[in-house]
Design a protein around this ligand. Structure first.
Ligand code: NI
Length: 136
């Protein structure tokens, strides 16, 4: 059920917010506000070390000696946290590995840090999501 409430904002801040909405292709202000609130609450859960789901993205050169092996080893160390992983051959040299994970935010962050810190990883990111409910 949707509830309405009104917000007071400085004109300049509202103008800036409207530009943000346009840039991010939201349908309207309500949609943008809802999304921002959710994101802030997810971040709070992350900080509170609650259960979350995440996507870890790694980009690396598969010619880097032993790197693919290490990427796999770290995932086996955290096998309870891994939902699935997909390997994409981006071009002649580069691979992308996309790993879907679930678990306590702190542990997911540790897993992501260990992967991203591996020598030869060219780019690495962790995105976190939450339903707002505890994951069992
Ligand atoms: Ni590859």
């Amino acid at each position: 059920m949707l509830k309405r409430f009104s917000i007071s904002l400085e004109e300049s801040l509202l103008a800036e917010f409207d530009r943000y909405i346009q840039g991010h292709h939201y349908d309207n202000r309500s949609e943008a506000i809802r999304d921002l609130i959710r994101k802030t609450l997810v971040r709070r859960e992350w900080e509170a070390d609650k259960a979350v789901m995440g996507v870890i993205t790694l980009v690396f050169d598969h010619h880097q000696p032993k790197l693919q092996e290490r990427v796999t080893e770290v995932q086996h160390d955290f096998h309870h946290h891994i939902v699935s992983s997909t390997h994409v051959h981006m071009d002649h040299d580069n691979c992308m590995e996309v790993i879907i994970v679930r678990g306590k935010a702190g542990e997911i962050q540790e897993l992501a840090s260990r992967l991203i810190a591996l020598r030869g990883i060219r780019d690495g990111n962790l995105a976190m999501s939450s339903t707002g409910q505890a994951i069992r």
